[in-house]
Design a protein around this ligand. Sequence first.
Ligand code: DGJ
Length: 750
Amino acid sequence: MSVFIHAETKTFHLQNSHISYVMSVLPGGQLTQLYFGKRIADREDFGYLLEGCIRSHSAYPDDDGRGISLEHVRLEYPAYGNSDFREGAIEILQNNGSRLTEFRVSGWEVLPGKPVLEGLPATYTESDGEAETLVLKLTDDVTGLELSLLYTIFAEEAAIARSAKVTNRGSETVHIEKIMSLSLDLPDADYDMIQLTGSWARERRPETSRLIHGIQGVESLRGHSSHQHNPFIALKRPETGEKSGEAMGFSLVYSGNFLAHVQVDSYDVSRVLLGINPTWFSWKLEPGASFQAPEAVVVYSDSGLNGMSQTYHRLYGRRLARGIWRDRPRPILLNNWEATYFDFNEEKLLGIAKKAKECGVELFVLDDGWFGGRRDDTAGLGDWYPAKELLPNGIAGLSRKVEELGLKFGLWIEPEMVNPDSDLFREHPDYILAVPERRSSLSRHQLVLDFSRKEVVDCIYGMISKLLRESKISYIKWDMNRSVTECGSAGLPADQQGEVFHRHILGIYSLYERLTSEFPDILFESCAGGGARFDPGLLYYAPQAWTSDDTDAVERLTIQYGTSFVYPVSSMGSHVSAVPNHQVNRITPLETRANVAFFGTYGYELDLGKLTEEEQEQVKTYTAFMKENRKLLQFGTFYRLRSPLKQDSAAWMTVSEDGGEAIVGYYKVLNHPNTSFRRLRLDGLCGDAVYEVTVCGADGEKPFGTFSGSELMNAGLVVSDFSSCKVGAPPEEAKDFRSVVFHLRMGGSL
Ligand code: DGJ
């Protein structure tokens, strides 16, 4: 890994064994983008990649005959208004009403490792040798504003982390109206754009569309990253698939309103913009003050979409997630939400926990409804003390009793919210996000606390930290169940109301930071009505997230498949739930529910005591299988093999680092009569090695065959038996919603 700086030609080249990222300075001082992609050799001058041309109706700020209009060149961090007519990355409102800036490169330095972004989540290094950071300084002479663009190249990964910071070195207060984390101009538009789209209970479904001229993209204006869109897009060549071809990922390490756009201009240049959504964003910057924009991580792959995802999995799993749980296999938990909803007392909970223990579960999680006046979802949020009528011994007593059963204890909280029917709201009605003289819309009977105010965060911190200190709590599920409306803060003057959305997110991050550093042993799982905040920002604080409120095994195929585009298996909360399923009424076999949940953190979302004796025995086998294999399942290299979007079946697998062991999940959705023979081609194995393959089921593992890695990856595993392709009574496996998990271990001979 190197950062080459060619002072003579003012060229910057970030390079490692996978990628190159090249920029240079235009004669007028602007920063231009010359190349991003697969590694290329370094040279003093890449000037041939900068092409100029006199075109009708274009403007030329430097009338030097080179024909360099900012409209025609690929810019690195553009501003609108000086001959570039595309969307800009930065917009600063000045006292004279102008929004014009012209940032010119004024200096640079290279730092070992990666600097911390204060108050913001970001990827990090554990030693300076892991990365190098190029800091480019740009100055706008008229306002005196200084822009620092940070580019971190990681030694081992095909990834660049970028961010932007503005410092006001002038004498006048200005307002930042837009500040993107990343702007990248690519020289052509021959790409498909992939976005992860959805809604409550059907999050992160990959959707692919061809780039066209004009602006396309996704955003959130809900005050959080949202069920609807994830802060991520990918660009891939039309021919790129999972295994081969070029792809680039653009991911924002942020949990609030975001924007991810691609603008294709009339010369087929594609401009990618990623950052805080400028709608309702404005930041007052007084002389001497700085504003740091969140981090964006761009990944390049020439080995298809799996290559792109695997880079994100490694980087986000190992250098974004933090804490003692980062590299540890996750405990198998049972959460009482779908088992009881609000209908529980201590005795009932302990009964469920006891049965869970018998089935091998390690952690019992008490979900919503244990506090204040919360007997249903209309009251109690904000009153973080146990309801004595349900839990006479409080959380301290319940957690002790659960530990006596031999289980760890976990608890649900929703710290950012308040019900109007709560002691907290009665005492502090001004603690909510609201606009004077406007009504406050309710959602799930609740309002949003104003976390842009430190005293509000302190108040919630006081209640939650007391609880954590007094009880034996090993796990926290941190939920968030509504979007922000009527966004305003009583804590800020009129000219800073545009800061509220972002300050609110910073307040959430600050509470996470305080609680995770004060209670480092606790495993935090983030949640937002399922997966409305499954984003890199929260992964920094909580190494796992509740993927979706939809626990149906078939629905989960698409949800977990889409989530895996960016997020590692170790981060995906996945539970076996009861049938008929509570979201879609579907009845799927217990085995398939387990086979899907294995590719995640794994847990249960039901009262195991309500299963038959036979099913309970099956659960014990599945729990034991997960304990035995969770390191491989959660931390192996993950490959998507077959998309649930395209076929009536889905498949994925995870492979150990040395290729010696792998686990494959194959899922058939609907059964069809007289179907074709089926083969599943695997990936990531050692071609020359021999593998013994077993089928894992309720009665343990059974031999399936012995094959070479090259056979498994090219000829494929024969999975026809799981379909109805035979005359007469179809085999037992040939039913709707059947699945199979194969275990591959290197060894044996052909
Ligand atoms: C939404 C979460 O996603 C569910 O798992 C559950 O915790 C409920 N909230 C509780 O209100």
